[in-house]
Write a protein that binds this ligand. Structure first.
Ligand code: F3S
Length: 101
């Protein structure tokens, strides 16, 4: 089962995850990223590095895992690869605080 990005990424977009990904499976819109589940090799290198715990093994999700995988797949196909780390969004610090991290 692939790793997925949850809504925690929204308004954060820290992009620390892309710096450790060996297969460039991250795609992004202006406000968050998605993982292409057909490219992700489940190395899990990105999981501990996300400041807002936005990345999970889909096995670890209590419910809605299939829908989240499909959302990540669909959006990854619509959006360009994000391979370079960049500054977080201006809203990231407030969003991180609101999420409790
Ligand atoms: Fe999003 Fe976390 Fe990556 S906030 S861009 S999944 S480091």
């Amino acid at each position: 089962m692939p790793h997925v990005i949850t809504d925690n990424c929204q308004a954060c977009r820290y992009t620390e995850c892309v710096g450790v990904c060996p297969v460039d499976c991250f795609h992004g819109s202006a406000d968050r990223l998605y993982i292409d589940p057909d490219v992700c090799i489940d190395c899990a290198a990105c999981v501990p590095i996300c400041p807002v715990k936005a990345i999970s093994d889909s096995f670890d999700l209590e419910s809605g895992a299939e829908a989240l995988i499909e959302l990540n797949r669909r959006r990854a196909r619509e959006l360009p690869v994000v391979a370079d780390q960049c500054d977080p969004l201006p809203t990231a610090a407030d969003r991180r605080l609101a999420l409790g991290y």
